[in-house]
Design a protein around this ligand. Structure first.
Ligand SMILES: Cc1cc2nc3c(=O)[nH]c(=O)nc-3n(C[C@H](O)[C@H](O)[C@H](O)COP(=O)(O)O)c2cc1C
Length: 239
């Protein structure tokens, strides 16, 4: 540590203050980056199916970059869809408080990013996943705003693009930076684990995980986001 004892007291004090700021800033930044967490939502009813394997590839890459991850399964039980009661517009929370919704909702404040994965069902995401996401994003989208999001589609043969398109609608409705890889985030397989054989898909998702971690860390280190216009225009196509 430098010695300032020969300088006037006021200069000494100011130098010490700068020394603390310079020393503490990287420590605080490192602490922020190390404690970052992302939620990975498995939209397949198969807990250990291809979507789980696909998300695990993303998670491993994020972990290697210092980001904590948790894969949440939507499971095989029926998921309640949105009933359009609009109670959430008053309370900020869906009126139907099932365990799956509540578990995810309660984490939204503490996570820094989200990855949504789905099997392709008739060229779209699994209906149960959409049922959950409709409620989550309508009621609690503000909690995810400005946090990076990515989507992953798993397919046997066709329809992954339209699955991604639908899933991306949640992220891009919501002021979330949509994170990409060097190819569209799709991977192919039928039987559980088969996606591991899709070498290009594996590489695409691995790089997606790296990009997610990078964007999350860049955003944490950068300036605060700009505020959206307020009050917001809301015209329902009535002119
Ligand atoms: C109801 C249903 C519809 C499906 N539709 C498609 C489809 O449109 N295109 C496709 O490539 N695969 C389709 N598949 C296959 C799954 O997307 C594929 O097997 C995927 O790997 C399953 O992921 P999981 O193991 O995570 O559940 C369908 C499967 C089911 C059960």
């Amino acid at each position: 540590m430098a010695s300032y004892h020969k300088l006037p007291a006021a200069v000494n004090a100011r130098l010490r203050l700068w020394q603390h700021i310079i020393y503490l800033q990287p420590v605080c930044l490192r602490a922020t980056l190390c404690s970052m967490k992302a939620l990975l939502l498995n939209g397949s009813p198969n807990a250990a199916g291809n979507t789980y394997h696909a998300l695990s590839i993303v998670a491993e890459a994020m972990n290697a970059a210092g980001v904590e991850t948790e894969i949440v399964q939507i499971g095989a039980a029926a998921v309640q869809g949105c009933i359009g009661c609009r109670q959430c517009l008053k309370t900020g929370r869906c009126g139907m408080k099932d365990k799956l919704y509540s578990y995810i909702y309660d984490q939204l404040d503490s996570i820094d990013g989200i990855v949504i994965g789905s099997p392709t069902y008739f060229a779209g995401p699994n209906g149960s996943l959409c049922a959950l996401l409709d409620r989550l994003y309508y009621s609690a989208g503000a909690k995810l705003a400005y946090k990076p999001g990515a989507t992953v589609a798993v397919a046997r043969r066709g329809g992954a693009s339209t699955t991604l398109d639908r899933l991306n609608k949640y992220i891009t409705y919501n002021n979330q930076p949509l994170v990409s890889s060097f190819y569209w985030n799709m991977i192919y397989g039928m039987r559980p684990g088969e996606v591991q054989q899709d070498a290009e898909g594996v590489q695409t998702l691995c790089h997606l995980g790296q990009n997610m971690a990078w964007v999350m860390q860049c955003l944490a280190a950068g300036p605060k986001h700009p505020q959206a216009p307020s009050p917001r225009a809301w015209t329902h196509f009535i002119r």
